[in-house]
Write a protein that binds this ligand. Structure first.
Ligand SMILES: Cc1ncc(COP(=O)(O)O)c(C=O)c1O
Length: 423
């Protein structure tokens, strides 16, 4: 039996469970991982996330695998502004549900959209000051669809190493040559660009706007300059920047004042917008092309109208900067100061994502488990999201948290940090 005490000696790596070993049935790896997931290492916890029993708020009731139900302070949601529970958003969503029912029943290019889908796309296009936008049924599928539609084996894609997995999956599917520069290393990026042969003209630089595991913002001022110098197209996945960063919450490109220099403005409707889906805003012809060639759009059923109706209201809030972004940032700063002051290494986040570096997987599991059982829910981050030696807790700050709750959560994190010799 695997236990917390022998976790080191058995050297558990999630990589170990991907491959079929010699003489093994295809499903044997599922038995091997089952032994781990049902061992003492994650005693009583849902190893893969949590099960909430009520709506998202700063305190959520969760049910553990062993039936234990308890309240946790929520520091694990990407719905930073909790607009999913905004009365106007819920009203719009309910009205669309009444009018169009619980699903669209077809892909967008057949019978799958209603007037609300186009209205949302127009709103997103206006938000980015672009000619048009396309809405996909998932964020993951947006990256995969956009990249694999526009790039092919004759093209080259240059990625930041910390880009989201969906970007790398899209690159792989496209068949393009892929180059990767170390996270935020602009010198290395330029070195790659310098070496691209002149006849390789299909060039795309892709970066997250806000990096999902570190919370820092891509150096878009510099990346834009390099993209122009080396004649590359530029795609920014601003999943965690939308509605949060920039002077009026328009995201990372607004933060660097380069809004008109981004060729493909990709974002997710699942983070600050609190719902589901993704989008790309760009010029009219690019969007028209994507409607035909992005296979995750062409071959996937459209979002339900209830989600779309709610999202239209979300963009109304974002446009007027009325979702409580300033209040959120005051709370982010408060939390960061507390943890940094206590001696934690928290990176250089400029968003609602705050990494708390642990660097030791055994300690990470223990910390996560104790925090959770004692009432603070955070995300546990290790392979495959980051390298194991860079494992961490990831805190996501929500506007709804009270200062008292932030104090309570930070105090517990600090106690545990001391207990395990992190600080
Ligand atoms: C940067 C980034 N891009 C894309 C995605 C995928 O979005 P979704 O969860 O909506 O499929 C995520 C979500 O984890 C993300 O963090």
């Amino acid at each position: 039996m695997y236990t917390l005490e022998n976790i080191d000696s058995i050297n558990i790596k999630f990589e170990n469970f991907i491959h079929t070993l010699e003489n093994e049935d295809l499903f044997e790896k599922t038995n091997r991982i089952d032994n781990i997931l049902n061992s003492d290492i994650l005693t009583g916890n849902e190893a893969l996330g949590m099960m909430s029993l009520n709506k998202l708020s700063s305190i959520v009731k969760i049910k553990e695998k062993n039936g234990f139900c308890h309240d946790v302070i929520m520091l694990g949601s990407n719905s930073y502004l909790n607009v999913a529970n905004n009365p106007k958003v819920k009203k719009a969503s309910k009205e669309a549900l009444e009018k169009f029912g619980n699903g669209m029943g077809a892909v967008s290019n057949y019978a799958g959209i209603c007037n609300l889908h186009r209205e949302l796309e127009k709103k997103i296009a206006k938000f980015y000051n672009c000619e048009d936008a396309i809405v996909f049924p998932s964020g993951y599928g947006t990256n995969v669809g956009v990249i694999s539609a526009l790039c092919n084996c004759e093209d080259i894609i240059i990625n930041d190493s910390a880009n989201h997995a969906s970007i790398f999956d899209g690159c792989q599917l496209s068949g393009a040559e892929v180059k990767v520069f170390p996270h935020q290393n602009m010198k290395y990026l330029e070195r790659i660009l310098e070496r691209i042969p002149d006849d390789k003209t299909g060039r795309l630089i892709i970066t997250d706007g806000v990096f999902s595991m570190d919370g820092d913002i891509a150096r878009l001022d510099k990346i834009v300059e390099l993209a122009q110098k080396y004649k590359c197209r530029l795609m920014v996945d601003d999943a965690h920047g939308l509605g949060i960063v920039g002077k009026t919450g328009k995201g990372s490109s607004e933060f660097y004042n380069v809004q008109d220099k981004i060729d493909l403005n990709v974002g997710m409707l699942s983070k600050a917008p609190g719902a589901l889906g993704g989008y790309c805003a760009a010029n009219r012809k690019v969007i028209q092309y994507l409607r035909l060639y992005a296979r995750t759009y062409f071959f996937s059923t459209a979002l339900p109208a209830s989600i779309v109706g709610g999202l239209i209201e979300v963009f109304n809030l974002f446009e007027k900067d009325k979702a409580g972004r300033k209040e959120l940032f005051q709370k982010i700063e408060y939390l960061k100061n507390k943890l940094k002051g206590a001696g934690f290494e928290i990176g250089s986040s400029q968003s609602a994502i705050v990494p708390v570096m642990i660097y030791d997987e055994k300690k990470l599991f223990k910390l996560y488990q104790e925090l959770r059982y004692e009432g603070v829910y955070v995300n546990i981050v290790t392979y495959p999201a980051v390298r194991r030696k860079e494992c961490r807790l990831r805190l996501c700050v929500m506007k709804d948290l009270t200062y008292k709750q932030i104090d309570e959560a930070c105090n517990l994190i600090i106690d545990k940090g001391k207990k395990y010799g992190i600080i």
